[in-house]
Design a protein around this ligand. Structure first.
Ligand code: NDP
Length: 293
């Protein structure tokens, strides 16, 4: 069987082009504030990608880089200032925060109308209630990618492996809503799932969001399944000039020819996540300006 590669980059490019056109015609650019605390290497790379994305579409953006020793009150003060800043439509606190900080309290402090990551309990609650405002960017990007590649979701069995609040749980909720896209039958798997291969190999669509390099192989995936690989894992690779490379949670080489479609890593869900972040920020501005996006 030929395995179709569901590349995120072309879809990202199309979303960017549309946003750029809208920004060029808008009275002011949308503004995104990114808060990065500490020196987590992966977080620094993600923030760079976000800044680059903002530049490409013409958004106003500021990044606040704070030391790992930052106190909770200092961080809350900064968020309060960003909440009140008229030029800022979206606020993103890069996770994970250093262990000394109370992540829940920080996320609660972000104005829900500027919470373009969709992690504020109010926005997560609205998603649960079936009336989403800001949908977390990775789940939103997964749905957009499947739509763009005409992968039907309604009525399909979807197995999601990983129940984090940023990927697995909101995705399960989105897919289960009686909406288009949506209306799927969802199984949410995790480390307590008994006989994971039996569950995932029975699914039409499998989403891997575990953070376990190349974990899912042919035994986990039914013939003809559509596979969305969210994982981004850096592994040692002496043959690579940098000595490391990125792989997903799926053993792509081993499942090619067995599954009908697969998102690549890198170049699959990563670019979609950034595209959806910028789309959410655009929507935040439109709502704040009263254009009712
Ligand atoms: P978390 O570590 O928060 O969650 C991992 C989840 O996977 C947990 O629910 C865990 O189960 C489950 N899990 C881990 N190992 C197994 C296993 N062997 N069997 C079954 N379930 C397992 O991860 P995130 O959701 O934050 O991230 C997941 C991956 O996605 C990472 O590689 C991350 O880098 C990547 N990512 C990529 C993004 C993108 O834009 N492409 C965006 C966000 C994340 P349990 O709950 O029982 O511990």
């Amino acid at each position: 069987m030929e395995t179709r590669l569901l590349k995120g980059k072309p879809v990202r490019d199309a979303v960017f082009a549309e946003l750029k056109q809208k920004v060029d015609a808008a009275p002011r650019p949308p503004g995104l504030a990114v808060v990065l605390v500490g020196d987590d290497a992966a977080s620094a790379v993600y923030v760079k990608h976000k800044e680059k994305g903002c530049d490409e579409v013409g958004f106003h953006h500021v990044t606040h880089r704070l030391p790992a020793t930052t106190k909770q009150e200092e961080l809350l003060d900064l968020i309060a200032r960003l909440n009140a800043d008229a030029a800022i439509d979206g606020i993103l606190v890069q996770l994970p925060l250093p262990k000394s900080l109370d992540e829940e309290q920080v996320l609660l402090a972000v104005d829900p109308a500027k919470d373009v990551d969709g992690f504020h309990p109010e926005n997560l609650g609205r998603l649960m209630a079936g009336n989403p405002r800001f949908v977390p960017c990775t789940p939103k990007g997964i749905l957009r990618l499947l739509t763009e590649y005409d992968v039907p979701v309604s009525g399909r069995n979807v197995a999601i492996v990983g129940r984090s609040v940023i990927v697995g749980r909101p995705l399960a909720m989105l897919l289960a809503l009686k909406t288009d896209p949506g209306n799927a039958t969802v199984t949410l798997c995790h480390s307590g799932t008994r006989d994971l291969p039996a569950v995932t190999s029975a699914a039409d669509i499998v989403v891997a969001a575990m953070g376990a390099p190349r974990f899912l192989g042919p035994d986990h995936l039914g013939e003809g399944a559509v596979v969305v690989d969210v994982g981004i894992n850096r592994i040692d690779d002496p043959t690579h000039p940098k000595g490391t490379r990125l792989v997903g949670d799926v053993d792509a080489a081993a499942v090619k020819g067995r599954v009908s479609a697969l998102t690549p890593v890198p170049g699959g869900i990563g670019p979609m996540t950034i595209a959806m972040l910028l789309e959410n920020t655009w929507e935040a501005m439109c709502t704040r300006e009263g254009d009712g996006a």
